[in-house]
Write a protein that binds this ligand. Structure first.
Ligand code: SF4
Length: 529
């Protein structure tokens, strides 16, 4: 295994540069040759610690990062492979991880992944059997096996975070999930992309407040009119280009040479700013033709640093700045910041305005029922257990499910009958019917203005979870121990009986929860003061 990236990112005196490469749909020809040429030149240049290779970016089929990465890896260039949860279940994902380990490519960026787009014959099936937290946890546990079997190296797993959310609910959903990723074993962080300097700075402060002490790379991107348009239209999940920035880019690129020059300048200036804020490095994206542009960005960064001219007014494109008033956050500003300018602010949750009375009552009711009947510490637990055993002995489980459980949970939760209930991890919402990615550990990076990436007309369940939990002062639950993936062997069985008979994830996956429960991060939205 090459350890250039691992070595560089763990050296506090080294400002790391990584470069994102995006494979195309071909296995031969220009697109592959171009990527290999960029990687070769990056290696010769010596300033890039690793190239990262995307995994079916945007949910579109493309050449596998494993095969392309291996060719680059053999050149001597270190590689970070993106590993998403979209296309393979846990069996396929573990197999792929073992394959990468065997090939020596153990720098992994663990991601939930964009929702699938069009493949052969139409849209591909979304898998999302794991999410980025359970994937990180799986890699962490695989490390033990690798060591036991004599592999000299273990996975070096990173994670992503998006600081560029404009509502309180989404901001805290992101940071709570970051906390879970870190506790599950992430060793580095790469941000999503935005052009709001204050949000970049805020992430560093948030990490300090949460005691996170692992390196973070800030994303910078060579914006072209095409990429700016895609990001502005929300086609690149987690990347934000506001209307005003998009118009600026269009204007700059009226003359192509001028546009490219200004784009290099913007990218370099953001890189310098991130270094000033305390980022351990930058992750460069948007370079698709030649390494020369990367070299220009890095050269220009050196010049700016030497001149001391680190003007950052170029990066004040707040995410909500261009939207209609209804997207204004309830904190009173157009976009929500955890910390007010210069002085720390203790955010007061605005749940009253976000939750309707009926939603609030439903949450309270479900919580109460759960606390009494589905809590191992409840005084009613022994009676529930005895009743469950009685039902099992008489083989009545199927009838209890069909006649009582399914109708009740169908009505209250749009239950999909997975049999391994996870509503308690999502403020009493169903992760199967409520989230198209079935996330059990936190929000993906794709939400916008509190709405779901996949179904923009629906609220993100994690946005709702934040306000539900804020209403009872329990936001820290969003970052409590890693939630195991759903146990598919429970499918279409009674989740009530499975819980009381100790068959569901809460009993069966305790070893996993323990293995991925470090205390490298502490989260409580109430305590950012
Ligand atoms: S998590 Fe599973 S059992 Fe619980 S409500 Fe959703 S589908 Fe039903």
């Amino acid at each position: 295994m090459l350890k250039i990236f691992q070595h560089d990112i763990n050296n506090p005196d080294h400002f790391v540069v990584t470069l994102e490469l995006v494979p195309g749909r071909d296995s031969f020809g220009k697109s592959v040759d171009t990527i290999l040429a960029i990687a070769k030149d990056a290696y010769a240049d010596g300033r890039v610690s690793a190239v990262s290779i995307t995994d079916n970016p945007g949910g579109n089929p493309s050449l596998s990062p494993d095969v392309l990465g291996y060719e680059i890896f053999k050149l001597g260039m270190d590689v970070i492979v993106h590993l998403t949860c979209r296309d393979m279940n846990r069996i396929g994902t573990e197999s792929r991880a073992l394959q990468l380990a065997r090939m020596g490519m153990k720098n992994i960026l663990a991601l939930t992944g964009d929702y699938p787009r069009k493949g052969f014959g139409g849209r591909g099936a979304p898998v999302f059997d794991l999410d980025s937290v359970s994937l990180t946890c799986m890699l962490n546990m695989l490390n033990t096996r690798l060591t036991q079997t004599g592999d000299p190296d273990t996975f070096f797993t990173g994670c992503a975070v998006s600081p560029f959310k404009n509502t309180e609910g989404e901001c805290f959903a992101q940071y709570a999930k970051l906390c879970r990723k870190v506790n599950a074993g992430a060793s580095f962080i790469i941000t999503q992309l935005g052009y709001d300097a204050r949000k970049y700075e805020e992430l560093i402060r948030i990490m300090k407040a949460m005691n996170i002490n692992i390196p973070v790379l800030g994303s910078v991107y060579l914006l072209s009119p095409k990429s700016a348009r895609a990001m502005n239209r929300g086609l690149v999940a987690g990347a934000f280009v506001t209307d005003s920035l998009f118009e600026m880019v269009l204007d700059e690129w009226k003359n192509k040479r001028h546009g490219l020059k200004l784009s290099v300048e913007r990218t370099a200036r953001l890189g310098v700013l991130l270094k000033k804020y305390g980022y351990q490095g930058i992750h460069i994206g948007g370079v698709h033709r030649s390494f020369k542009t990367v070299a220009k960005i890095l050269d220009r960064m050196d010049e700016i640093k030497k001149s001391g001219d680190d003007e950052h007014s170029l990066f004040s494109f707040a995410v909500a700045g261009d939207h209609e008033p209804q997207t204004t956050d309830l904190s009173g500003s157009e976009t929500y910041y955890v910390f007010s300018d210069n002085t720390k602010q203790n955010p007061s949750p605005t749940w009253e305005k976000r939750l309707s009375i009926s939603e609030h009552l439903k949450f309270r009711f479900l919580k109460k029922v759960h606390d009494i009947f589905f809590n191992a510490d409840s005084p009613a637990a022994p009676l529930c257990r005895t009743t469950a055993e009685w039902i099992e002995r008489r083989n009545l489980g199927r009838w209890v499910r069909i006649l009582i459980e399914d109708p009740v949970k169908g009505l209250l939760l749009s239950c999909q009958k997975c049999g391994d209930c996870g509503i308690q991890h999502l403020a009493f919402q169903c992760p199967e019917s409520g989230c198209p990615k079935h996330t059990r550990n936190g929000a993906c990076g794709g939400s916008k203005n509190g709405m779901c990436e996949v179904f923009p007309e629906k609220r993100c369940v994690w946005f709702r979870a934040y306000y539900r939990l804020a209403s009872v002062g329990r936001t820290e639950e969003m970052a409590s121990e890693c939630v195991p993936p759903r146990m598919w062997e429970m499918n279409h069985t009674s989740s009530w009986l499975n819980f009381h008979m100790g068959r569901d994830h809460q009993s069966q996956s305790e070893h996993m929860i323990r293995a991925c429960a470090s205390d490298r991060c502490k989260f409580d939205a109430k305590k950012f003061d």
